[in-house]
Every structure is written in C-alpha cells, then in structure tokens.
Design a protein around this ligand. Structure first.
Ligand code: UDP
Ligand code: MN
Length: 267
C-alpha cells in the first residue's frame, strides 16, 4: 500500500516543530515516507529535506475574502476566545485549513497527518490500516470530552473529489468554524472512528489527567496550546519533563526510556 506521513508548516516556528517531528519519525517509524507541506520557502526546509523528507509547496485554499476575515486571528479570538490555554502569537488560525490539501495527494491510499507540534515516540504504522476518518479524542481536561475529536493526528484517504466537496462545505456564507479545521472535520465526518488517546496524547493530560500519562502506552505526544520551543512559555514549570522530552528529540535524537507522571517519585 502506498502511504505517507504528512505535516504542515507555514512559518519558521512550525518548521522547527516539524524538524523535531521528522527526527522522531526517523527514530520510530523509519520505513515510511514523510512529506512536509509548506506554504512558502522557509530556512528550515533544507534541513527537513536533509532528514529525508519530501517538501511539497502548497497554495492556501481558495477561500472567500469574507471567510478569511471571519477566521482571521483577531476576529476568531474575539468571537471564540481560548480560555483553557494560550495560543502562541505565531499561530494563524487560517493556516490550519491548509491541512485539507492532503486530500489532493491521490497517489497515496492512506495518509497519516500529524501536526507540526507533535512527536512520535513509538511505532504507529498500524494507523495506515485504519479507515478514513480516524482521529483520537480531544482529551486534555476532563473525561467528558471523549466525544470530541482532535485534528492533530488523523488518518485520511486522499481523493480530489472529497477535497472539492470539502471546499464547498467549508466556505458557505456566514459559516464560522470556531476551532477551524478541527470543528470542520468533526462536522464533515460525523461518524469518525475513534483512535485510542495514546495516538494523540495531548500535553495537558500531564497535569489535568495524570492517570492517563502512561509512558509505556503513549505513541504520539501533542503539544497543543503552548509550544515547547516558545520563549515565553507560560506553563514552563508544569510541563518541564515534556519540554525536555521535545528537546531531547530535536537536539539529541533520543527518546527517553521513561517520562514518569507528575509526583510519581522514582516509580
Ligand atoms: N499551522 C501552521 N501555521 C500556523 C498555524 C498552524 O503551520 O500559523 C499548522 C501546524 O502544522 C500546526 C497545525 O497547523 O501544528 C495546527 O496548529 P496548532 O498545532 O498550533 O494548534 P493546536 O494543536 O494548538 O490546537
Ligand atoms: Mn497541534
């Protein structure tokens, strides 16, 4: 089966994120190709290519000016403020929608998309045998969120027809996608398949749901909200072991044998 891992970068910050992601994939899933979708040339793209990634330049989606205005950073944050965590200044909500371009890559039977703020700490190749649309729950605060999906890791079956149909469903007058691609994909695939949360362990489970932080089971760590490379990281203390984990992948190409839960002592 022709398959690939795909991520998206639109600026230097996310390109740095992708570098850690791609290094983690080299360590844990070396047998499958990785593609970086980029909306423009960025300094780290050469480095990403040296890591063996294919770089594919993509255009932003052909969206109406009204759609772009409604989903601009200022407007979106005003209308649907983020109350659970902070979004870095370099995060442009409109850029999230570019993910949908992967449905154009029909040469692949399956694509596993990973946000550029994830790292893969174990083998995840079995995801290629899951159907469209598979994603893990948006679990980071309480177990009540099991029914919500998180769009940082998902399995797709590329199809230009699907892509065209998505564009028609996405940009309709006055439609507001409060959490951008995530809300859109949840609505477009109402019968989405649930992946175990360990395929997309959101960093906040580390302090909100520490009982779910089981290092031996976790396969993908997703740094939703604050990014590990942010200089003004507001949860630096709470997330230190996870930030250290991210740097050990980026700088030392090493995945620690254990990242124990909070207050676990030596166990
Ligand atoms: N992204 C990007 N540039 C942006 C915003 C998003 O390249 O300005 C891409 C990147 O792959 C990122 C993903 O879209 O990981 C989703 O955004 P993010 O991970 O910041 O959202 P969160 O996981 O915090 O909800
Ligand atoms: Mn993310």
């Amino acid at each position: 089966m022709n398959v690939a891992f795909v991520t998206l970068v639109t600026n230097e910050d996310y390109a740095l994120g992708a570098l850690a992601l791609v290094r983690s994939l080299r360590l844990t899933n070396p047998d499958f190709p990785s593609i970086v979708m980029a909306t423009r040339d960025l300094p780290q793209l050469q480095e990403l290519a040296r890591e063996g990634c294919e770089i594919r330049f993509v255009d932003r989606l052909p969206l109406s000016a009204e759609f772009e205005d409604r989903h601009s950073r200022g407007k979106l944050h005003g209308r649907a403020p983020y109350t659970k965590g902070t979004k870095p200044i370099f995060h442009d909500p409109l850029d999230n929608f570019c993910k949908l371009r992967l449905w154009e890559y029909e040469e692949f039977e399956r694509i596993v998309f990973l946000d550029a703020d994830t790292i893969v700490v174990k083998n995840i190749e079995k995801l290629f045998w899951y159907p469209e649309f598979s994603a893990a729950p948006n679990l980071y605060e309480t177990l009540n969120d099991m029914h919500r999906l998180n769009s940082g890791v998902f399995v797709a079956e590329p199809s230009k027809r699907t892509f065209q149909d998505m564009l028609c469903t996405l940009d309709i007058p006055d439609k507001f996608w409060k959490r951008t691609d995530q809300t859109f994909l949840e609505s477009y695939f109402p019968d989405w398949h649930g992946l175990p949360y360990v395929f997309n362990a959101l960093q906040y489970i580390y302090f909100h749901l520490p009982q779910l932080w089981r290092w031996e089971s976790i396969r993908v760590v997703h740094y939703q909200y604050e990014k590990p490379w942010e200089t003004n990281h507001v949860r630096r203390e709470q997330l230190k072991p996870l930030i250290d984990l991210w740097y050990s992948v980026l700088e030392n190409r090493t995945i620690p044998v254990d990242v124990p839960p909070l207050n676990s002592g030596s166990s």
